[in-house]
Design a protein around this ligand. Structure first.
Ligand SMILES: Cc1ncc(COP(=O)(O)O)c(C=O)c1O
Length: 374
């Protein structure tokens, strides 16, 4: 053994030094180990609170025996099912190991040093990370006071070097959504060298009449829309998301993708979920809306001020010190929430909406924690 360092950090790409790692919500097991017998409620990562749809669980079990084989690299069954459902060309669809993976793939394919990606901030960190990893320039614009993307501010952030303009709606971590007419006008106003990207990870939670990126794409807009099975479909553990865009762009991404990015169980589960969605999605979305309203009212009664949310979480500014103290006090009571510092909002908490029991647990723990923290 010598005292020489195991490796010289200077061999890392300089661009990586600027990338803050994604810090996920604390895992249940972690807190369980710390607290012992308390039943822990995780409201930190915006997952759906219920198990996968019954057909998805059956499909995972049925596919288990074929796991000696690599998955279908083209994910054809899933892309065909998505294409049928949405009336688009399967060649316009790419699936990935969560939308997270697709965001990085798009950044790898489009961004070089000197290129820019514009988005509003606070928002979903992967778009920023993907940009920085390429050594490209991340250009933030402000949100509106209600937590939705400020599309005028975003347009003003676009320069001749902008390659992508990302709109996250509903926005994570704030929950605000953009108006469909404003979104169309924004896309119309973008110069031709900018690819519009609409991150609709929480699409299923949107009210009737909200924007629909797939419909915009069907109408012929040259844009990219991203959706996931991680939230409404209860498949976060499987890691499967998809994006749709112009077929030429989708096929140009092939060299950047891992050949077997989406595992076979995830593909089977997603296909089965789509078949089960008509029955199981509406009641789950109704529960999410009911519990969101109940959590919102309960938090307001405790003096907090959540922003209006069209997703499965609520966001509230509480102050930097209080955010830290409330997070610790809630965790000590077995309720894991998400301080929003990683998303650019260090004085805020983001709380996922779950089941009625979980809402009760959160509100009771919050009442006690607020008294403790004062
Ligand atoms: C706005 C947004 N986009 C993308 C993702 C990534 O989703 P996935 O689980 O499909 O990687 C998330 C997950 O929290 C999100 O909030």
């Amino acid at each position: 053994m010598t005292d020489a360092p195991y490796f010289d950090p200077a061999i890392l790409r300089p661009a990586l030094q600027a990338v803050e790692p994604y810090v996920p919500g604390r895992p249940l097991e972690d807190i369980r180990r710390e607290l012992g017998d308390v039943e822990v409620v995780k409201l930190a990562s915006n997952e759906g609170p219920l198990p996968p749809f019954p057909a998805a669980i059956d499909a995972i079990a049925a596919a288990a025996r074929d796991q000696n084989l690599y998955p279908d690299p083209g994910a054809w069954a899933l892309r065909d099912a998505l294409a049928d459902l949405h009336g688009i060309d399967p060649a316009a669809i790419a699936v990935g190991n969560g939308v997270d993976s697709l965001i990085k793939i798009l950044c790898m394919a489009l961004l070089d040093p000197g290129d820019e990606l514009a988005m509003c901030w606070p928002s979903f960190i992967s778009h920023r990370q993907g940009t920085m990893m390429q050594g490209a320039t991340w250009v933030p614009a402000s949100l509106r006071a209600d937590g939705a993307y400020d599309l005028d501010a975003l347009l003003a952030a676009v320069t001749p070097a902008t390659k992508m303009a990302v709109v996250v709606s509903p926005n994570n971590p704030t929950g605000g959504m953009v108006d469909p007419g404003d979104l169309a006008a924004f896309f119309d106003a973008l110069p031709g060298h900018v690819l519009p990207v609409l991150d609709e990870a929480y699409f299923e939670y949107l009210p009737a009449g909200a924007h629909d990126g797939v419909a915009m794409l069907r109408d012929g807009r040259p844009m990219v829309v991203m959706r996931t099975f991680s939230k409404a479909y209860g498949l976060a553990g499987m890691r499967v998301g998809w994006m749709a865009g112009p077929p030429d762009l989708i096929s140009a991404l092939t060299p950047v993708r891992n050949a077997f990015d989406v595992n076979a169980l995830a593909q089977a589960a997603a296909v089965a979920s789509l078949a089960d969605a008509a029955e199981h999605l509406p009641p789950r979305m109704a529960m999410a809306r009911t519990e969101r309203a109940r959590m919102d009212a309960g938090l307001r009664a405790l003096g907090l001020k959540p922003l209006p949310s069209e997703a499965n979480f609520l966001f509230m500014e509480v102050g930097v010190d209080r955010a830290r103290a409330l997070d610790a006090a809630l965790t000590a009571r077995g309720v894991i929430v998400r301080p929003a510092g990683a998303f650019g909002a260090p004085g805020a908490l983001r709380i996922t909406v779950g089941t009625p029991d979980q809402t009760d647990r959160l509100l009771a723990a919050m009442a006690e924690s607020l008294m403790e923290v004062a």
